[in-house]
Design a protein around this ligand. Structure first.
Ligand code: 2HA
Ligand code: ZN
Length: 256
């Protein structure tokens, strides 16, 4: 399936960017619309594994999910030895692994499914949830003044025109929570109401989208903006940033 190749491609980018130390980050992609009837009918490779909450809007859906403890650099080389396809049961209460090997999904699976469930319920065509650890953006989350959605969005938008265009909904902020917890997932979902990219304080970035390459591009563009900001600061000056008018003109020019 071509989509698995695109997931492997992005996993490779996460590693080469330095955003995926050890098993850092995880990916889930809703494959339901891309699978043939034969693929959907594959026999289970695992028993039914219960979910904590009924994912009714995801009943009968299929996801590729990176594996628990697996490294992005190896997902890039061999996505099916480091992740698997799961099928959500018809009642939304459990899932089975169906391909290609019985690789257990990321410990973040409940959080990812909660997000997919929320996106489905709100009618959004967002098939992808991507979580990663970009050094520069995480660095910014250690600075309290940046931990305001409007402040960080305005700052990163104003470094290059592309950022305003590629991340039009700006950045949501989630104060620190223990990784992998339902609390972190719930706080993130609140931010997904208005944003496609969320910064997790002192931890990482989560992006949702209809396409995994676009999810990567959004985070990559934010990272570029952060690097421009830090380069200027390291050279000893505060970058001017684009003006409000320059940013507003983009809205009109690009129909944002
Ligand atoms: O999967 O990044 O947040 C490892 C993590 C947890
Ligand atoms: Zn993480």
């Amino acid at each position: 399936m071509a989509e698995i190749g695109r997931i492997a491609e992005v996993a490779g980018y996460l590693w080469t960017k330095g955003w995926a130390e050890r098993n850092g980050g995880n990916i889930s992609v809703n494959l339901t619309a891309l699978m043939s009837g034969d693929e959907k009918a594959l026999p289970a490779l695992s028993p039914a594994i219960p979910l904590q909450e009924a994912m009714t809007a995801l009943a009968g859906n299929f996801f590729y999910v990176t594996g628990t403890g697996k490294r992005m650099r190896y997902v890039a080389q061999d996505p099916f030895a480091n992740g698997s396809i799961i099928r959500i049961a018809g009642d939304g209460l459990s899932y089975e692994i169906i391909a290609e090997q019985p690789v257990s999904p990321t410990s973040e699976l409940p959080s990812h499914l909660m997000m997919h469930h929320y996106l489905r319920m709100s009618g959004r065509d967002n098939r992808v949830v991507l979580h990663t650890h970009p050094t520069d953006l995480i660095g910014m989350t250690h600075c309290k003044p940046f931990m305001q959605s409007e402040t960080i969005t305005r700052l990163l938008w104003s470094m290059i025109p592309e950022c305003r265009i590629i991340v039009p909904k700006g950045i949501g902020i989630v104060p620190y929570e223990i990784p992998g917890t339902i609390e972190l997932a719930r706080a993130t979902i609140k931010q997904l109401d208005r944003h496609d990219v969320v910064f997790w304080e002192k931890h990482g970035i989560l992006a949702v989208g209809s396409d995994i390459i676009e999810c990567f591009d959004a985070i990559d563009t934010l990272s570029k903006s952060a690097q421009i900001y830090f380069s200027a600061r390291m050279a000893g000056y505060e970058p001017e940033g684009m003006t409000d008018k320059q940013l507003d003109d983009l809205v009109e020019a690009f129909g944002l």
